[in-house]
Design a protein around this ligand. Structure first.
Ligand code: C2E
Ligand code: MG
Ligand code: MG
Ligand code: MG
Length: 290
């Protein structure tokens, strides 16, 4: 028994851990083959401008449709893809597919839309990142300004100077840069001053209770003011209700993304939304112009 092994020894065998380890192994080996087997798909979630109500962009979100495991959400495999380095080829596929899709939408007459793509820490640490992105832009013919790269605060934890250098290189391609999940990571306000970023995305966890929690409301209002004072655009993530939407509109948030307007959808459904001219419907006349 564990007791016999002494006070400071942990018992190793735990059935749940074993299951978890096996599940991990299973996912890892399946992940290795997922690209060649064409099991990945991107869904697109609209980003809507709060002044015009129009769709102005979209975020590409990775989905893994495994024949036996079913639909595996990113939360269950992105971490593993990071650890194994598989995120590098997967991330390159995401970039290329998203840029092709953005280009196809432009060719269909929907120009001026931005395509946001998530970058992982591992990709960010790749020396080839900038040339990969340049090659994808060249190959797809997508104007660089139509591509927005979403980065998280954790990417800069290790080497801030190197991170800043890389951001400048990325900016010189002409793409836009945003900070995703803003406020949840290692947050230092000094980087907002030094980093050539264009957009802050307020994390869903702050948006969730803005209508009822005074602290969260205060944080969101402050982040919007901070972004605007620094000349950045601000997007609120995870907007699910009219109350949240109205709060954000009242406080001058530029754009929203969330289930209230639309869940992430397949490419065809996204294009259909554009064709239908789907817009954000506002609850009554706009306050400031009444
Ligand atoms: P994220 O980049 O912050 O993406 C937003 C997540 O919030 C998405 O989850 C989206 O479906 C979800 N979401 C959007 N609106 C709402 C809402 O109103 N309510 C709620 N409850 N959720 C909402 P998803 O697609 O499961 O992705 C989770 C995370 O996985 C992403 O968070 C991102 O960090 C990562 N991820 C997704 N695709 C990629 C990718 O291509 N590459 C990398 N490196 N990471 C990715
Ligand atoms: Mg994101
Ligand atoms: Mg986010
Ligand atoms: Mg709170």
């Amino acid at each position: 028994s564990a007791k016999k092994l002494g006070r400071n020894t942990f018992q190793f065998y735990q059935p749940e851990m074993n299951d978890e380890a096996q599940e991990r192994l299973r996912i890892e080996s399946a992940l290795r083959n997922a690209l060649e087997r064409n099991e990945f798909v991107l869904h697109y979630q609209p980003q809507v401008d709060l002044e015009s109500g129009a769709i102005v962009g979209m975020e590409a979100l990775l989905r893994w449709q495994h024949p036996e495991l079913g639909m595996v959400p990113p939360a269950r495999f992105i971490g593993l893809a990071e650890e194994t380095g598989l995120i590098v080829p997967i991330g390159a596929w995401v970039l290329r597919t998203a840029c092709l899709q953005a280009r196809a939408l432009q060719d269909a007459g929907f120009s001026g839309l931005r395509m946001a793509v998530n970058l992982s820490a591992r990709q960010f640490a790749q020396p080839e990142l900038v040339s990969t992105i340049a090659a994808v832009l060249e190959e797809t013919g997508l104007p660089p300004a139509a591509l927005e790269l979403e980065l998280t605060e954790s990417l800069f934890m290790h080497d801030v100077a190197q991170g800043v250098h890389l951001l400048h290189e990325l900016k010189s391609l002409g793409v836009a840069l945003s900070i995703d999940d803003f406020g949840t990571g290692y947050s230092s306000l000094s980087y907002l001053r030094n980093f050539p970023i264009d957009v802050l995305k307020i994390d869903r966890s702050f948006v969730n209770d803005i209508a009822t929690d005074a602290d969260d409301a205060a944080i969101v209002v402050s982040v919007i003011a901070l972004a605007h004072n620094l000349g950045l655009r601000v997007i609120a993530e995870g907007v699910e209700s009219e109350e949240q939407l109205e709060f954000l509109r009242r406080h001058g948030c530029n754009e929203i993304q969330g289930y209230y307007f639309s869940r992430p959808v397949e490419a065809g459904a996204f294009q259909q939304m554009l064709q239908d001219g789907k817009q954000l419907v506002c609850g009554g006349p706009r306050r400031l112009r009444a």
